[in-house]
Design a protein around this ligand. Structure first.
Ligand code: NAD
Length: 542
């Protein structure tokens, strides 16, 4: 069983209260498994050291060639075993995710476990098809004496670093495509969800020795993984840490995928179905207590329907269970995140935001727990922290706008979107607006759900990151595309070899004219020159 050890820590440290950061002076280092709903420490989990990380990367390096040689179909069969193991441990997984995250078990199932198994299943189907060598330049390559194909080869060892908010799904987001592409992986999950980290380790044991390892620890362990070095890094986390990781990776020229934060915008058009839009925006803002990179952090609502929209949304929020048995919006997971949320709300209220729902003094959290009531605000000023930084908590600012034009402008200017949404009854209009919103994903009449859609893609623009996960793009993110070009006339020397005599230059000049000349007359004349001079150029080759 990979449950966090329920025994008390034999070396208790001075009580840091609600912040389960690694206890670095313990021997061996440990991580606390913490329950934000109650403020209880559930147990401790053995952490790894930077030296362990280097050893894990070495083991992965030894295992990688064998795993690559298995081929995509064999790897798909092996990943199916991982999926079966997850299924076999469904209840344990839901329990530990729900406890360490403070999310309702229903969210642990639908937001973490379900997208993970769907992602594996989809990739089992996709990878053997998408990783086939691809013939390219079928017409043009032979004209230059080549047959060309692109091979998709693995990098070797991929280091994956994941955050705490969807600890299972966001770990698998990187490791599924990395493994299916033929790489060995070393995963460093968040120090705030060590029990989930242990569960992941357990299910990955279905794979051959050394192919998929989990190292547990805080930022120092993550930094050691980047510095090992690996052959590719897949980082999911905050922009601030992402920058550090990208800098450290650059030292080794290690390519990176950066899946960072978001301050997603929802645009509620004048013709939106207000019942659907208010339900969808409510969920999109408060899922996982707003601790989703793709949670709505700004709702731009067209003035003419804003009163009705707000009335619907507030009435529905009042029906969502926000505390006690069967809660649907849980506490904040991490103490430092609660501080950010409180600061943003205080700042917005001080700068004139109107509180439509929720308590804004942070007084709701009993006995070391991290509860924070869901807050709906209205109003905006340029200097509000809400619009300048990611909040990552249960706060929904509503901004009334004159029309959809203003909504698009503000969606693109007030903050940065990992994803965004447009709410309208008119699908043509919805697509037109969506095409103008700067984001990695734009959804029409839904929000955030594509985080569990493995057929699409997942990735940001600008501050929300770069690189793609999910789908064929996500799979190929973990491959090195190699052009294998074959000379189809191996007994004939090439025109572009030595010497560069007059016939050679004349022929290649004529080829250039055929490609670039604007008129058919010039092209035909050039083709004749090329045909006449090519033979004598070839005869002169040394
Ligand atoms: P974080 O950046 O603090 O930590 C993420 C991971 O990086 C953790 O495992 C942490 O231990 C590790 N880490 C810390 N310092 C490191 C270093 N110097 N080198 C290497 N690794 C290091 O983020 P968090 O608080 O765990 O997660 C919340 C953030 O993640 C939010 O900004 C959220 O928007 C973002 N996020 C993005 C996505 C996405 O898909 N784009 C998904 C979920 C969360």
């Amino acid at each position: 069983m990979a449950q966090p050890n329920p025994k008390p820590n034999p070396n208790p440290k001075p009580n840091r209260k609600r912040d389960p950061r690694p206890v670095r002076t313990d021997e061996p280092p440990t991580l606390r498994s913490f329950e934000p709903a109650t403020g209880r420490v559930l147990g401790t989990v053995r952490a790894n050291t930077p030296a362990d990380v280097r050893a894990a990367v070495e083991r992965a390096r030894r295992a990688a060639p064998g795993w690559a040689a298995v081929g995509p179909a064999g790897r798909a069969r092996a990943m199916r075993e991982v999926r079966f193991r997850i299924h076999g441990r469904l209840d344990e997984l839901i329990e530990v995710i729900s406890r360490e995250n403070g999310k309702p078990p229903a969210e642990a199932l639908t937001h973490d476990v379900l997208p993970t198994v769907l992602g594996i299943k989809y990739m089992e189907w996709l990878a053997p098809r998408a990783l086939r060598a691809e013939r390219v330049g079928r017409l043009i390559a032979p004209a230059f004496g080549f047959s060309s194909r692109i091979d998709y080869r693995p990098f070797g060892v991929v280091g994956c670093i994941s955050p705490w908010n969807y600890p299972l799904m966001l770990s698998f987001l990187g490791i599924i495509p990395a493994l299916m592409a033929g790489n060995a992986i070393v995963l460093k999950p968040s120090e705030f969800t060590p029990g989930v980290g242990e569960e992941i380790r357990e299910v990955l044991e279905a794979l051959p020795e050394g192919v998929a390892q989990v190292v547990l620890g805080g930022g120092d362990v993550g930094a050691a993984l980047v510095d090992a070095p690996c052959d590719k890094i897949c980082f999911v986390g905050s922009g601030a840490t992402g920058r550090k990781v990208a800098e450290a990776a650059a030292k080794h020229l290690t390519p990176t995928v950066m899946e960072l934060g978001g301050q997603d915008a929802a645009i509620v058009c004048a013709d939106a179905d207000l019942d659907v839009a208010s339900s969808g925006v409510l969920w999109g803002a408060f899922l996982n207590a707003g601790q989703a990179c793709c949670a709505i952090e700004r709702a731009y609502v067209v003035e003419s329907i804003a009163d009705q929209f707000e009335a619907h949304l507030l009435e529905k929020l009042a029906r969502v269970r926000t505390e006690g048995e069967g809660f649907e919006i849980g506490p904040i997971t991490v103490a430092r995140q609660k501080e950010v949320v409180e600061r943003h709300v205080r700042d917005a209220v001080a700068k004139g935001a109107r509180v439509l729902a929720g308590e804004t003094d942070g007084a709701r959290a009993p006995k070391g727990s991290l509860w924070h009531s869901p807050v709906v605000l209205e109003g905006r000023s340029e200097d509000m922290a809400l619009f300048r930084e990611e909040t990552f908590g249960p706060v929904l600012p509503i901004v009334r706008v004159r029309d959809e034009e203003e909504a698009v402008r503000r969606a693109n200017e007030d903050g940065f979107n990992l994803t965004a949404s447009v709410w309208t009854r008119d699908r043509t209009n919805g697509r037109a607006i969506a095409s103008r919103v700067v984001a990695g994903t734009v959804t029409i009449n839904d929000h955030a759900a594509t985080a569990g859609a493995p057929w699409g893609l997942w990735g940001g623009v600008g501050e929300s990151g770069y690189g793609r996960l999910y789908g064929e793009l996500g799979l190929k993110e973990f491959t090195v595309p190699v052009h294998v070009a074959e000379n189809i006339l191996p007994r004939v020397k090439r025109l572009w070899w030595y010497p560069y005599d007059d016939a050679t230059v004349r022929t290649l000049r004529a080829v250039t004219d055929v490609i670039a000349a604007p008129t058919w007359g010039e092209k035909v004349a050039a083709a004749r020159v090329a045909a006449r001079s090519a033979l004598s150029a070839l005869r002169s080759k040394i």
